[in-house]
Design a protein around this ligand. Structure first.
Ligand code: PEP
Ligand code: MG
Length: 895
């Protein structure tokens, strides 16, 4: 019951709706109404709302008033058509079609020809003068109704149809005549009775009501549920139901049905694209039972309908100001529009069409920005496999870092570097990676792991490098010792060539050919917008996004080379320079000395060895980012990550003992690794805790930063370093580090280096007012904040049980990928509010992986952050999304 005891309105005539009522009328119903109001030839009908569906699904019964409202609308439909539903002498037939807010192609149900029965089939034959058509329509009704409404297995109808064709030695359904179809109707009715235990319903209104119920229920069909989860369509929207007077494309060769686009949805090229099938009903086109002809052929077959269709399509494009797709039927030379909607398109077409529509004066640039998105731009930047050769698929893992790469499978980092140095492309295959594998990862074309998710080490590092990565392919049995992996009984040895697709997660055997991306070459500065229409469109929209956005965009980069690339890609500084890679390679020796030091002098000597090396790294980065801010994060990971693995050391020591040799340093290292072992290293001695426990470690890094800045300034540059402390949970931690850092910076004769903190421990977010007193800036480490906020180990859970969580709908997307607005997002908002209250000039950014995720960028805009920081390759995506977020004021869903 609605307010005041009146009954809710559940049924809308097409003349009552419009395109903006998609929530209530579904996409199809809203657009049918829009076309009706435009005066286009739409068969009359009405829409039952999503509200009615929701009420039905909640109670299992039609809500109060619905049956009467349907009866009223049906009566109006009958009077406008001059026919009655199922009238034995001249029946009105209707289609009953699903239509949710978001298009869910083929996921829900449709029943055509409702109103036919044993008597009205004769009336239809007489009125149409076509007996064959009448019986064909009736057999279609029993088939669709049986399958959709009463769960009769569809194959049984198909089988009976095939048998009928075989008996006539016919190849096409068109070869069956009226008497064949009449017999087939009998067979279908028997099938129906066998499976349902009752006769096919003869009462037209019963048929209609049952069909409407079936469409309601199809909202919760397994495939619809799965589709919604994948497409992240909310589960509680419900579907509308459209009841439309039937028009027939199967009345003879002067009838037919087709689908069309107002531009090419693959390339964006202007012009009309479509398929037409003469003498057919709607589902025949999609089912592919006969070959369609290009829409252009319709001009020859029926010029008047073709011309009318062209003018309607032009009108629709002008009205919707976008590419539209349509379905139409021609009944004996009369054109009817059955559906239109803003059509889906490829990423390339989205950019090209948006730019064309601006040129055509249909939309402005702000609107054009809403017509594209970061996910599409990301797709355009990755090289793609050409799968036309149908390569052999070996396994599927998590698509962790997009791109397409092939190379020889190699199972060891050093070996990967060696093979790559010999000029051979390499795919580094590991169970999982750790900082040790970095040289191999750098040398490889791509990285494949059998464990770990989208924020595992392999994934984060690979994305940072713009390198293709598939991780968590857990069907692979990786044996790094023997240098092979097995999958499904097949073995891939070192040196065998494999290909990995970081966009789909697929792993293939052999070399799959790759196409390079022009769009990346444009961002690199190698291709000009004048050279290519797609590049021109991307350039235009990203440039406009830059002008429109409020959020700044920085990059996560920790080498001079990455910093330079990030700058070419449009980064306005570095938001996260992770310093841990600066402890690898030749420098490990020094780290080992640091860890094994027994005296202050020994430790200081190791630190003194590291300092100039770090300083040189910083000089390179500050130069690449001259004039722009560079946030350097002090060392974060537990130090034992820089030592050899316990198993390796144990073996080395045992072998030495066996041979009666002195295991020397290995023995000391083994003892250190055992001593430093942690059950939960991510919650252990890392981040600021290292700085507070290991004397001189942070001091060395701060000195290297300050001296590098001084050196760059001496050379005439404008370095703008910022020092960032990781993993702070209490202001006291930050105060201690800050006091020491300020002293060292002053000693180096440098001034104005901001000192701030990551907010990545929930306690930091909840005490942000206190922490802000000691911080010049905050940067949200949303990887750790998600890990600690949910209590999810970021290196384990994505491969281990996220697939199940996604299946159960606990979340629609991994919270490591897209920020969990309700939980982790709330921590962010609290910290922003409290931090700014305590310190109004506090600069706030984000440098977790979410900084480059399109949906998360919108959240960070909304939360009032100053900048997002992401891997260099995602910088253009973040620029575009930040622009979209800034102009996205109407709250409309741009899906
Ligand atoms: C984070 O936690 O979000 C972050 C950026 O730090 P890291 O990924 O290096 O732990
Ligand atoms: Mg972190």
């Amino acid at each position: 019951m609605g307010a005041g005891g009146s009954v809710n309105k559940y049924v809308y005539e097409f003349t009552e709706g419009n395109k903006d009522l998609k929530d209530l009328l579904g996409g199809k119903g809203a657009n049918l109404a829009e076309m009706t109001n435009l005066g286009l030839p739409v068969p009359p009908g009405f829409t039952i709302t999503t509200e009615a569906c929701k009420a039905y699904l909640a109670t299992g019964e039609e809500p109060e008033g619905l049956p009467e409202q349907i009866a009223d609308s049906l009566a109006r439909l009958e009077s406008s058509m001059g026919k009655r539903l199922g009238d034995p002498s001249d029946p009105l037939l209707v289609s009953v079609r699903s239509g949710a807010k978001f298009s869910m192609p083929g996921m829900m149900e449709t029943v055509l020809n409702v109103g036919l029965n044993d008597r009205s089939v004769d009336g239809l034959a007489q009125q149409s003068g076509n007996e064959r058509f009448a019986w064909d329509s009736y057999r279609r009704l029993i088939q669709m109704f049986g399958k959709t409404v009463c769960d009769v297995p569809g194959e049984e109808f198909e089988h009976a149809l095939e048998e009928a064709k075989k008996a006539k030695q016919a190849t096409s359904d068109l070869d069956l005549d009226a008497s064949d179809l009449r017999q087939l109707v009998d067979v279908f009715k028997t099938l129906f009775a066998k499976h349902t235990g009752r006769e096919f319903p003869q009462e037209p209104r019963d048929q209609l009501d049952l069909a409407i119920r079936a469409v309601f229920e199809s909202w919760n069909a397994d495939r619809a549920v799965l589709y919604r989860r994948q497409e992240r369509i909310p589960a509680d929207l419900g579907t509308a139901v459209n009841v439309v007077a039937m028009v027939f494309g199967n009345l003879g060769s002067d009838s037919g049905t087709g689908v069309a686009f107002t531009r090419d949805p693959a390339t964006g090229a202007p012009g009309v694209y479509g398929d037409y099938l003469a003498n057919a009903q709607g589902e025949d086109v999609v089912a592919g039972i006969r070959n369609t002809v290009p829409l252009q052929d319709l001009e020859r077959l029926d010029k008047a309908s073709y011309d009318e269709l062209m003018s309607i399509m032009a009108r629709l494009e002008g009205h919707y100001r976008d590419l539209c797709d349509i379905e139409f039927t021609i009944e004996r030379g009369k054109l009817w529009m059955l559906q239109t909607r803003v059509g889906k398109r490829t990423a390339a077409a989205a950019f090209i069409i948006a730019s064309q529509l601006v040129d055509e004066g249909l939309i402005d640039l702000d609107e054009a920005l809403q017509r594209v998105n970061g996910a599409q731009l990301a797709q355009l930047t990755f090289p793609r496999f050409d799968l036309s050769g149908e390569p052999e698929a070996l396994a599927k893992g998590i698509a962790a870092s997009p791109g397409a790469a092939y190379g020889k499978a190699v199972f060891d980092s050093a070996r990967a570097a060696e093979v790559a140095a010999g000029g051979e492309p390499v795919i580094l295959v590991r169970r999982e990676t750790n900082p040790d594998d970095l040289p191999g990862m750098i040398a490889a074309q791509g990285i494949l792991t059998s464990r770990g998710g989208k924020t595992s080490h392999a994934a984060v590092v690979a994305r940072g490098m713009g390198k293709t990565c598939v991780c968590g392919a857990d069907d692979l049995e990786v044996d790094v010792v023997s240098g092979k992996f097995t999958v499904d009984g097949r073995t891939v040895d070192e040196g065998d060539v494999i290909s990995i697709d970081g966009t789909s997660g697929c792993v293939y055997l052999g070399e799959v050919p790759v196409r390079p991306s022009l769009v990346v070459r444009y961002f690199e500065g190698d291709v000009s917008p004048d050279d290519d229409a797609l590049v021109a469109a991307v350039h235009r929209l990203v440039t406009h996004a830059d002008a429109a956005r409020r959020l700044r965009v920085r990059a996560n980069a920790d080498t001079g080379e990455d910093a330079a690339r990030a700058r070419r890609f449009g980064a306005e500084g570095i938001g996260l320079c992770r310093t841990e890679h600066m402890f690898l390679g030749d420098r490990r020796e020094l780290v080992e000395r640091l860890i094994l030091a027994r005296t202050d002098e020994e430790r200081q000597a190791a630190l003194d060895g590291l300092m100039p090396l770090q300083r040189a790294d910083f000089v390179e980065i500050f130069q690449a980012m001259d004039g722009l801010p560079v946030t350097v994060r002090l060392i974060d990971p537990p130090l034992h990550e820089f030592l050899p693995a316990l198993e390796d050391l144990a073996v080395r020591v045992a072998v030495a003992h066996e041979r009666g040799e002195d295991a020397g340093k290995d023995e000391a290292l083994l003892a250190a690794v055992r001593r430093m072992h942690e059950q939960n290293p991510m919650l252990g001695l890392r981040g600021v805790r290292l700085g507070l426990v290991i004397p001189g470690l942070f001091a060395m890094q701060v000195r290297a930063i300050a001296e590098a800045a001084a050196e760059c300034a001496r050379q005439g540059g404008t370095p703008r370093p910022e020092i960032m402390v990781p993993l702070v949970g209490a202001v006291q931690e930050l105060e201690t580090v800050r006091a020491e850092a300020e002293r060292i910076v002053a000693e180096a004769g440098v001034s104005g280096i901001p000192i701030g903190t990551m907010i990545e421990v929930p306690r930091a977010a909840l005490t942000a007012d206190q922490i802000a007193e000691a911080a010049d800036f905050f940067s949200f480490g949303t990887n750790d904040l998600t890990q600690m906020g949910w209590g999810f180990s970021r290196d384990d859970v994505e491969g281990a049980f996220f697939p199940r969580y996604l299946e159960l709908g606990i979340f629609g997307v991994s919270p490591f990928e897209s920020i969990d607005r309700d939980g982790i997002g709330r921590l962010v908002r609290i910290a922003v509010d409290e931090g700014r209250t305590a310190r109004p000039d506090l600069k706030i950014g984000v440098c977790g992986e979410h900084g480059g995720d399109p949906e998360s960028v919108h959240f960070f805009e909304d939360a009032g952050l100053d900048y997002v920081s992401c891997s260099p390759f995602r910088v253009p995506v973040a620029r575009l999304e930040a622009g979209r977020a800034a102009v996205h004021s109407d709250g409309s869903d741009s899906r």
